[in-house]
Ligand binder design. Structure first.
Ligand SMILES: [Zn+2]
Length: 268
């Protein structure tokens, strides 16, 4: 599979560039086809040499050729994240589809990671996890994982897929909706958003019940560390709303990449 690495990296950087554009334009109701990308400061339309994913930012040294103002780090950050995610999809070892072909694991990983990346961008920038995208992620996840599991001869049955992935999705929905309602009732405001519950259900569809549980544990640990450090450094204040989606997504990526056993060994 390492032979495919250059192709995955090239597709990853272009795909990241596309996702970056989509996540800016769709919330504004703008077309993703036209107009051409332009500088945020002087609105000068970018030529193709100024618009090569990742490379242009480095060649221009992060400064617009026309107005000499710094170019936002947003695009290169999303592009580099996409490259990394596509790269690690090749070496990933997800327990939920153990025994499948490397190519199927890599391709399905790219789909899973792409959905998580878009959800992370939305949650960081708009404090929103779009319902449609979470539901789409659930449907695509259930179809992809069912297809892969059932294509592995003799290892999984339809009932095992339903018991694991479909059940995990349902648990994600029910438990975290209940958690949302209970904390809203007791604390006066919910401890997590409805969107987080949808994302957790999506993780269940892709990772199965064990993978879902591990992702949630990782997200709680990482979110806890982030908030503690932020409170100590006073970059976060009591009552601030924190996007939880990125921690859940990171949990999902780690569990998919390293597999359940490895994560359990690290945690225990
Ligand atoms: Zn400019």
């Amino acid at each position: 599979m390492l032979l495919f690495l250059p192709i995955f990296l090239l597709v990853g950087v272009s795909w990241g560039s596309f996702l970056s554009l989509v996540t800016i334009r769709i919330p504004k109701g703008e077309s993703i086809v036209s107009p051409r990308s332009k500088c945020d400061n002087c609105e000068h339309p970018l030529s193709w040499t100024e618009n090569i994913p990742l490379l242009s930012w480095f060649l221009l040294k992060g400064v617009c050729k026309h107005c000499k103002q710094p170019i936002s780090m947003r695009n290169p950050l999303i592009e580099i994240t996409s490259v990394i995610l596509f790269g690690i999809s090749i070496i990933a070892n997800p327990s939920c589809i153990d025994g499948s072909s490397n190519l199927l694991i890599s391709l399905s990983g790219c789909i899973f990671f792409s959905i998580l990346l878009v959800l992370t961008i939305f949650d960081i920038e708009y404090l929103l996890l779009p319902k449609t995208l979470c539901y789409l992620g659930i449907i695509v996840g259930l179809i992809t994982i069912s297809f892969i599991k059932l294509s592995i001869t003799g290892q999984y049955s339809i009932s095992s897929v339903i018991q694991d992935n479909f059940f995990a999705t349902l648990i994600g929905f029910i438990l975290f909706r209940a958690f949302y309602l209970i904390t809203k009732l007791i604390l006066g405001k919910p401890a997590i958003g409805v969107g987080d519950g949808n994302l957790i259900a999506m993780l269940g569809a892709w990772l199965g019940l064990n993978g879902l549980g591990l992702s949630v544990v990782i997200s709680i640990l990482l979110g806890g560390i982030y908030c503690s450090v932020g409170l100590i450094r006073r970059t976060i204040h009591r009552g601030d709303v924190i996007a939880y989606g990125p921690f859940l997504s990171l949990g999902g990526v780690l569990v998919w990449t390293f597999g359940n056993e490895f994560i359990i060994n690290i945690l225990i």
